[in-house]
Every structure is written in C-alpha cells, then in structure tokens.
Design a protein around this ligand. Structure first.
Ligand SMILES: Cc1cc2nc3c(=O)[nH]c(=O)nc-3n(C[C@H](O)[C@H](O)[C@H](O)COP(=O)(O)OP(=O)(O)OC[C@H]3O[C@@H](n4cnc5c(N)ncnc54)[C@H](O)[C@@H]3O)c2cc1C
Length: 411
C-alpha cells in the first residue's frame, strides 16, 4: 500500500496474536481497520521452525479463535489438554505432593489446546492478508498520535498519517499507545527467565500438562503431538543463564533429572530459547479515543498459562463493545462506549493479574513457612473434592461477564 494518508474506523497498533485476532474480528463485522506492526512481514508459505514456545489456550480462547475464522486452519497443529497436574517439588522427592485436575470431572472433553506460538501467529497473519477491510502496514512503527476534531490522527515512522475514530494498543509491554494516552503502569522485574524447548519422550503424556512448583520457579511440560512436549522452565536469571550455557546434552540431562521420570527417557527436539520475565499492570484500559488490550495492558509470568488467555478475553470484550456500538450508530471512540469496555474487564483483570503475580512469588519463595503453606494448599485441593471442582472451574475462565464470543456465539 503506497497511499500516504489513510482513513479508517480503527487503528490497531501491534500485530501480535492479540492485535491480529482483534483486527480479524472487527473487519469481519464490517469495520475498516489499519493494522500497524513494527515486525517484518511473515512468509506464510515458509515452514515453521520447531520451537518449545507454545500457548496453552483454554476453551473460551478457542471460541474467540473460531469466531476469528482460523480454527479449521489451526486444527492439525493443536494438541488437546485433557488433564492438568500440579506437583510441589520443593522439598525432598519422597515428600512430593501432586494434584491432578481432569476436564471430564467438569463435563468437558478437554480444558483447551496447546498451540505452537509461531503457527498461531502465522495462521492469523495469513487470514489478515486476505481479509477485506484490513490495511496491514508492516515493518513500520506507530510513532505517535494526536486527537484532532474528534478524530485520532496517527503517524507511522515511515511517514504515513492515519485518521480514525479510535486507536487500540495491542503493541506489547512498551506500548506507544499507552504512553501517548498518558496511562501509567505498575511494573516489576521478576529477575527470572523462562526457558522453553521441545522434547521427545519414551512414555506417553496422556494429554496431561504437568507444572512442577520448584524454588527457582515453575517447571512445566505441556503435551504436543507424537510423544512430544514443550517445556517451560522458569529460573532465577543467573541460574537460567548458567543452564543455557551448558552443552546440549547436559541441558537435556537437567530436564531429565527434573522430570521425576514422568515421561520416561527424554531427548531434545529443538534448541532452548529464553525470555526475561516481568510484571506489568496498567492503571487504566482506556484514554481519550484510545483503548489498550493484551500485553499493552498486562504482562504476567507464564505460571498457570494465563497471559494470552486473559488477552483474548480483552479482545473478545473490546470487539463486542465496539461492534455493538457501531450497530447502534454510536461513536465507537467516545468515552461512553470505551467506559463499557473498561467496566467489563476490570474484575477479571484485577483478580488474574494480582493472583498470578502472587502465585509466582509464592512458588519462587524459598522460605520454609511459605513452602509449608503451599503444600498445605495442595493437600487441601487433593482431599476436598468441592474445592478442587471450584478451582477447576475458576482456572478456566471468570464466572462473570462471559460475553458472546467466549461462550461460542457469533459476534
Ligand atoms: C515462555 C512463555 C510461555 C507462555 N505461555 C503461555 C501459555 O501457555 N498460554 C497463554 O495464554 N499465554 C502464554 N504466554 C503469554 C503469551 O505468549 C503472551 O501473552 C502473548 O504472546 C502476547 O501477545 P500480544 O499480542 O499481547 O503481544 P506481542 O506478541 O508482544 O505483540 C506486540 C506486537 O506489537 C508490535 N509493536 C510494538 N511496538 C509497536 C509500535 N510502536 N508500532 C507498531 N507495532 C509495535 C511488536 O512488534 C509486536 O509484533 C507465555 C509467555 C511466555 C514468555
């Protein structure tokens, strides 16, 4: 697209999974979208490199992907998550405690699916390219925006000017939209890194994701097809760097040692990759003619696999709020419309961001009394069926404001 100046209904800044899914939902409902992304275009025909960076997405998130129109294309690459096991592995192995949650106990076939991150992004991206109503500008950053005459006027680094009624920031932890909108965020550095890789194993995983709670951080196996699993391993930064510097077979052996024999003999199926972990929670989700969603508003530890699940709930709420307003002939960027989005998301975001932050600190804590509390909690879960059933339901999604998309209904 060579045009310098573009008019649209909505500017979406950032084409990670959240920005791509939101653009598809809005465009399919008839709105004109300009999606701006700093990354180079993805070659949708190139094969995806094996990687342990996968996303465990719960039932509601899958419904959002179905509404975005990409589920059939994703299906061959996903693995069902039928059971979730938590093991406290912080004391000596003879005292190990575990509790397993089964999807069948709450009448589901699976809690959700494990999806390779690169395949999710490529599949969303391929659909964005062929969807009418989305102008996709890649390899350029949104540089800033002004509010002028009841419109957003945004500039890209390569000199384009885009005018719209609303701008949405799905541009990640350093969101330019959050900055220009003047929305502050609470942040802290966990001084931890997440290491991921793909492994092959001799024993079946029985479609069970296992999260070991260890003092450096959680260590998790998430099932993939054909006796493969992805590993998400969180450690304090210095320890992670030392592990990543190991020879590949020593790294494999370290995984084998931490696996408690659950998966039999383990071999590496990809190189390890790593990400520094931080916490971010924005003080608001909306500004003048601006809304934030996904990691522009909240960044969590991967413990409990909540990050993109929470983000897709933002995406679903925002899409419903905007599309409903457009159908009623309202101004989609008005304060009244945006306030509905913020109100819908407040409780879920507050409980999940604070809950995951607390869980990450508790799991990584070496103090004996904290370990005892943690073990007491797990024992109670294992022994009190109503408590276990309550947690199983709550782990899936909030009980409030499910909305149409999360419930599998059309937009
Ligand atoms: C190891 C690990 C494991 C995880 N596992 C899970 C899991 O199992 N389940 C789960 O739900 N979540 C998981 N998560 C969280 C999940 O990966 C993230 O929440 C999700 O990928 C973030 O997507 P996003 O679209 O919000 O942001 P991003 O993917 O960060 O996308 C932001 C985009 O905005 C672009 N951008 C930035 N600035 C600008 C600008 N100025 N102009 C234009 N574009 C810009 C960036 O280039 C990028 O493309 C995990 C995270 C980690 C680290």
């Amino acid at each position: 697209m060579q045009t310098k100046d573009i008019n649209a209904d909505i500017i979406v800044s950032g084409a990670g999974p959240a920005g791509l899914a939101l653009s598809l939902l809005l465009a399919r409902a008839g709105l004109d979208i300009v999606l701006v992304d700093a990354e180079k275009p993805i070659d949708v025909n190139a094969p995806v490199k094996p990687s342990g960076r996968t996303l465990a997405l719960l039932e509601g998130s899958i419904n959002v992907l179905k509404a975005a129109g990409i589920w059939e294309a994703l299906r061959p690459s996903v693995t069902p998550l039928r059971n979730m096991r938590i093991v406290d592995d912080s004391i000596k192995s003879s005292d190990r405690i575990g509790v397993t949650f089964h999807a069948r106990d709450i009448g589901l076939e699976q809690f959700g699916f494990n999806i390779p991150n690169a395949i999710l992004r490529k599949t969303l991206y391929a659909d964005v390219l062929k969807t009418d109503g989305i102008t996709h500008l890649s390899a350029t950053r949104l540089a800033g925006y002004d509010i002028d005459g009841g419109k957003v006027s945004a500039r890209t680094e390569d000199g384009r000017v885009i005018t719209a009624s609303l701008i949405v920031g799905t541009d990640g932890r350093n969101s330019i939209v959050r900055k220009v909108a003047g929305i502050d965020a609470r942040t802290h550095d966990y001084a931890q890194m997440a290491m991921t890789c793909l492994i092959r194993h001799s024993k079946p995983h029985d479609f069970t994701a296992t999260e070991f709670h260890r003092s450096g951080g959680p260590f998790t196996f998430v099932p993939m097809a054909d006796n493969h699993s992805s590993v998400v391993w969180v450690e304090k930064t210095d320890d992670a760097k030392a592990l990543l510097a190991m020879k590949r077979d020593d790294y494999r052996q370290a995984i084998q040692d931490r696996s408690c024999g659950l998966l039999g003999t383990i071999s590496m199926a990809s190189d390890p990759e790593s990400w520094p972990l931080m916490f971010l929670s924005s003080n608001a989700l909306i500004g003048e003619r601006a809304a934030l969603a996904a990691e522009a508003a909240h960044v969590l530890s991967p413990i409990g696999a909540q990050g993109l699940n929470l983000s897709l709930r933002d995406v679903a709420s925002l899409a419903e709020t905007i599309v409903d307003a457009a159908r009623l002939g309202e101004d989609i960027g008005s304060a009244t419309v945006l306030a509905r989005y913020e109100t819908r998301r407040r409780a879920d975001l507050l409980t999940r961001t604070n809950g995951i932050d607390r869980l990450n600190r508790v799991v990584a804590n070496d103090l004996m009394f904290v370990k005892d509390m943690r073990r007491f909690g797990l024992k109670a879960l294992a022994k009190v069926p109503p408590l276990k059933s309550f947690i199983t339901h709550q782990g899936l999604a909030p009980a409030w404001d499910e909305g149409r998309l999360l419930a599998g209904q059309p937009l």
